[in-house]
Write a protein that binds this ligand. Structure first.
Ligand SMILES: Nc1nc2c(ncn2[C@@H]2O[C@H](COP(=O)(O)OP(=O)(O)OP(=O)(O)O)[C@@H](O)[C@H]2O)c(=O)[nH]1
Ligand SMILES: [Mg+2]
Ligand SMILES: [Zn+2]
Length: 315
């Protein structure tokens, strides 16, 4: 039996790097896991630590044990589905790759994704790519956006893979950790990986001319060794991000700036909507909390409450 880490998953086979070796083992999943784990569309995710064993007399490797995950980015597989999809696990940092146009990443998408990262307290860096496409007014808008998220506590990088602006600063952050690259299709995740790992030649594709959207070029998650103790994970683009396992009454725990203010609300169970002496609505009115962040908090909260009702009715 050997312990290893899942570097790639095609759904049927998993590429495992075993401890102390550079060689990859191709393994499949023991039947009991396939049946027992119906909660997830992918019971094994890239980043998982597993044990693998060779079947008697054969050369086939099987995954016989999955170690508990330290953390993971998990979303609903599709809207209203009960199944969850694990984007990757056991990561040290999330790089949320964003482009303001071609394709556009909305504030709502960013905030939903940040909630998922905060569920497991995964440190997140916002990477604004495609700087070369922005005119002066759009660059000013981007600067304001970075200011908002930096004030909350998220590092922001403004880069262009085409002009290579900002890329060397980013390289310095990559060492000694497992970094997950995620975001919409077409924002440049694989292009970014190809820059840092020039031998990789990961497939990239232009965004569609008509809809200015990505074409879902990367189809499965894959982890690549970058330097000693450093791994970079490329993932398929996600269209939307539906959250899982969040109690709407606790949503403010996952908005850093709301959570830190909430201890000063009059009521300990304040939901920060219309309660008297709510520190959060007070700070929004004073311009100390960004109004779009607060609005997204209320919208996501409504969404979670509706979803809970739907589920209760169905089950
Ligand atoms: N103008 C401009 N285009 C870029 C930049 N970075 C990447 N692109 C282009 O954007 C397109 C999509 O890039 P990909 O790297 O395939 O995007 P992805 O995020 O991996 O997309 P999926 O694999 O579909 O999730 C390619 O045509 C890239 O050349 C940039 O900084 N500026
Ligand atoms: Mg890609
Ligand atoms: Zn409050």
């Amino acid at each position: 039996m050997l312990k290893g880490r899942v570097l790639k998953s095609t759904g049927k086979f998993y590429a495992i790097q075993t401890e102390g070796s550079d060689a990859l083992i191709q393994a499949s999943l023991l039947g009991k896991y396939k049946q027992s784990i119906t909660e997830y569309t992918n019971p094994i995710a890239v980043g998982d630590f597993v044990d693998v064993s060779q079947e008697d007399q054969s050369e086939n490797w099987r995954i016989t044990n999955i170690y508990p995950r330290e953390n993971a980015i998990i979303r609903k597989s599709v809207n209203l589905s009960k199944q969850k999809h694990i984007i990757a696990s056991n990561i040290d940092r999330l790089f949320l790759v964003i482009s303001l146009k071609e394709p556009q990443t909305t504030r709502m998408f960013i905030d939903r994704y940040l909630v998922a990262a905060e569920q497991y307290a995964i440190p997140t860096t916002l990477i604004f790519n495609k700087l070369d496409l922005l005119d002066t007014a759009e660059k000013q808008r981007l600067n304001l956006l970075c200011e908002i998220y930096q004030t909350i506590g998220y590092d922001c990088f403004k880069i262009s893979i085409h002009t290579q602006e900002g890329l060397e600063l980013l390289r310095e952050v990559l060492h000694n950790q497992t970094v997950l690259f995620s975001g919409h299709s077409g924002v440049g995740k694989s292009s970014l990986l190809n820059y840092f790992l020039p031998d990789l030649h990961s497939k990239t594709a232009p965004i569609s001319k008509t809809h200015k959207q990505g074409q879902h070029t990367t189809t499965f998650a894959q982890m690549h060794s970058f330097s000693k103790n450093s791994f970079l994970i490329d993932t398929p683009g996600v269209k939307s991000f539906d959250l899982v396992d969040i109690d709407p009454l606790e949503l403010h725990h996952y908005f850093k700036e709301l959570f830190s203010a909430s201890s000063q609300c009059k009521f300990h169970n304040c939901q920060h909507i219309s309660e008297p002496n709510c520190e959060i609505t007070k700070r929004v009115a004073l311009g100390k909390i960004d109004p779009t962040r607060y609005k997204n908090y209320t919208l996501i909260k409504n969404d979670l409450m509706l979803n809970n009702t739907y589920r209760r009715k169905k089950t």
